[in-house]
Design a protein around this ligand. Structure first.
Ligand SMILES: [Zn+2]
Ligand SMILES: [Zn+2]
Length: 589
């Protein structure tokens, strides 16, 4: 049976039994049989996992334990606690846009979507168990007074572009994973932000309900400045209140500021997670939802403590099937994963072993070439302007050493193109690139080629020097899609099940389409193409160029650098939680 998943924010403490019953009663025979088949496949694999663990010899167990210990040491060496990664998730996005534009929808349970499928529900509707991915007619049974609003995807795309432009001011490489989810690397911005910022805040009151944000009812507004005007939408009196708000330095303040600016610009709230990497930031973004933020300290012990009691389903990429497999090894929380890690080599392929161990340690996934953010690695330094070539060579060597270290940490073999960046005392910026026939990977090569470029600029007075490696070459990555990849083939045991369900088993790099919810391979071009098609299908307007999923097309924002070292490693974003496409399995009304 389709198990009811209450992971979504606002869905804790629901009457699970009642909801599951309604879903069951409305489920077609074909879905029931699919569901049974899926369950029996899970049962078979669970039995095999238990069997393998039981039959493992002492030596095999010892070997497994040692190999996991070694892998843990290797992975720990790559732990980077120097970064400020943020995941921002808009609160009930499509529904929030509709509620913003139609005040009547704010106080009733409502959802955006069709009778075939909902794409978002508001928090009032979630109390009834109404959630994204559910057919509208079933949600009507759970919540008869539910109002269904058809989606206006060009509008959501336009609004998404508005707030992503705010994020770009803080990180020119912001990654929009969907219309409502952004990954922002604040490291550089936070390091350079030395002063507080003050913004004028406007909030609304009066008889006109149209404008957001509203001043909270219980707030003392006596001393606030205001301005009255006639609302162009409802013709009632609109009262706008003004005051100043201040944001300090440090990542939490900066994230508060970004969220404030998004709400001021769009009238919409969002939630944020702040952590040492995006995988953790994504988990954290769910902790103070809606309209809140959660910060996880960049401290190994704090991170492990945080993960200890975290249910594995809260981790992006662990779906129902992986959950069942891990549960058969007595793993319910991420902390359990770490305790039971010595069992992984007995049951899983090396790729899956590493993937699970990375999760258990709170480390991001392996770097991959399909990640749109990971285009280059660079290090640069600013200093007092000088033309002393020996001095420049010393700085240059130091930069090359840092770059080589970052490359190793990032799991990158090397890059094809090396670029030297210089800022002259006149503030003109020069870049010079070189693409040797072989991949550049060793410190010697990095130094040799970039020095070649530097020597041509001898005599210039320079204030900034940087070296960048691009067209990166990654450690060999296998596509983890076949059943043999998943099972430890060293044992030469034939898996019991057929390969066609292999996709569900491993931590697949897929994410739900922000429009239709279908699972799409998490590759920029594939995702973009799918979303383009989806939007065209669902709207009469042709608007593919409005889509802001693509980070490739965005303009770079030049940021000032104040006498600092910059090290930029662009990190892989977490795999999205797998959402089953169940649409076709429901009875049609
Ligand atoms: Zn109005
Ligand atoms: Zn779609």
């Amino acid at each position: 049976m389709l198990t009811f998943n209450d992971n979504k924010a606002g869905m804790g403490g629901l009457d699970k039994e009642k909801i599951t019953k309604v879903i069951e009663e409305n489920t077609s025979a074909s879905y029931s049989s699919f569901s049974k088949k899926q369950q029996s496949r899970i049962d078979e694999k669970v039995a095999e996992i238990k069997n393998r663990i039981e039959k493992a010899t002492r030596e095999e167990k010892q070997k497994a334990e040692n190999s996991m210990k070694n892998l843990e040491i290797k992975l720990e060496a790559s732990r980077d606690l120097s970064r400020d990664c943020v995941c921002i998730d808009m609160d009930a996005y499509f529904a929030a846009v509709e509620m913003r534009d139609d005040p009547k929808l704010r106080t009733i349970p409502m959802a955006v979507g069709s009778s075939a499928m909902l794409s978002t529900s508001n928090y009032l509707a979630r109390r009834f168990g109404v959630r994204a991915g559910m057919p509208g007619f079933i949600s009507k049974k759970l919540c008869p007074e539910l109002t269904l609003v058809p989606g206006n995807y060009p509008k959501y795309t336009k609004v998404s572009r508005q707030f992503s432009e705010i994020f770009m001011e803080y990180d020119g490489d912001v990654g929009m994973m969907s219309l409502d989810e952004a990954y922002i690397d604040l490291t550089e911005y936070v390091a350079n932000r030395t002063e507080k910022r003050i913004f004028t805040r406007h909030r609304y009151g009066g008889d006109c309900p149209c404008w957001l944000p509203r001043v909270p009812e219980d707030e003392d507004i006596e001393n606030l400045q205001f301005e009255d005007s006639e609302c162009t939408k409802c013709s009632k009196n609109r009262r706008a209140y003004f005051d100043d708000v201040e944001f300090g330095v440090g990542r939490e303040e900066v994230v508060r500021e970004m969220r404030f600016r998004v709400e001021q610009l769009t009238g919409l709230t969002c939630s944020a997670g702040i952590a040492a990497n995006f995988m953790l930031a994504k988990i954290c973004s769910d902790f103070n939802k809606p309209n809140g933020q959660f910060v996880l300290e960049n401290d190994r012990n704090v991170i492990l403590e945080f993960l200890e009691k975290l249910p594995i389903r809260k981790v992006g990429g662990i779906g129902r099937v992986s959950e069942a497999h891990l549960q058969s090894m007595d793993i319910r929380t991420v902390g359990d994963m770490l305790l039971q890690k010595a069992l992984f080599p007995l049951c899983f392929s090396p790729l899956a072993q590493e993937s699970f161990l990375r999760t258990a340690l709170g480390l991001p996934g392996r770097p991959s070439s399909s990640d749109p953010r990971r285009k280059s690695i660079s290090v640069e330094r600013t200093f007092s302007p000088t033309s002393d070539f020996q001095m420049l060579c010393d700085v240059h060597l130091e930069i090359c050493q840092m770059l080589e270290e970052d490359i190793r940490k990032a799991g990158v073999i090397g890059g094809k193109t090396i670029t030297l960046k210089l800022k002259l005392s006149s503030f003109d910026v020069l870049t010079r690139s070189l693409t040797p026939s072989d991949t550049v990977s060793s410190l010697e090569d990095i130094q040799k080629y970039s020095l070649e470029l530097l020597e041509k600029e001898k005599g210039k007075e320079i204030r900034l020097l940087g070296v960048r490696l691009s067209q990166l070459v990654f450690e060999e990555e296998k596509k983890s899609k076949t059943i043999t990849d998943f099972w430890n083939d060293a044992k030469q045991q034939k898996p019991l099940s057929s390969p066609e369900d292999a996709d569900e088993i491993i931590m697949m790099d897929t994410r739900p389409c922000p429009i239709c919810g279908a699972d799409v391979e998490n590759q920029l071009e594939i995702l973009n193409r799918h979303v383009d098609e989806c939007i065209q299908k669902m709207t009469d307007e042709e608007s593919p160029e409005l889509i802001c999923i693509s980070v490739e097309t965005k303009k770079k924002v030049e940021k000032p650098v104040v006498f600092s070292k910059k090290r930029k490693i662009q990190e892989k974003k977490p795999a999205a939680k797998k959402v089953a496409t169940i649409d076709s399995f429901w009875k049609k009304e």
